[in-house]
Design a protein around this ligand. Structure first.
Ligand SMILES: [Zn+2]
Length: 62
């Protein structure tokens, strides 16, 4: 499979440069982090961290 040269974006969660992912407001979340967020339970220790990052994204454009 060949892929057109796509621009990489910096993930707001992990800081990695990725091509695949989603854009929330002005922030980019890579597919890996998106998967983690979706599969993180509310009681998980990582959950507050994700919420914090997500809130920052939303507040930026509020
Ligand atoms: Zn990421």
């Amino acid at each position: 499979m060949s892929r057109v040269n796509q621009k990489t974006k910096i993930c707001v969660m992990c800081g990695d440069e990725k091509v695949e992912g989603i854009i929330i407001q002005s922030g980019f979340i890579c597919d890996k982090c998106e998967y983690e967020i979706i599969h993180t339970e509310v009681g998980d220790e990582k959950y507050p961290f994700f919420i914090q990052r997500m809130k920052k994204l939303w507040l930026k454009n509020a």
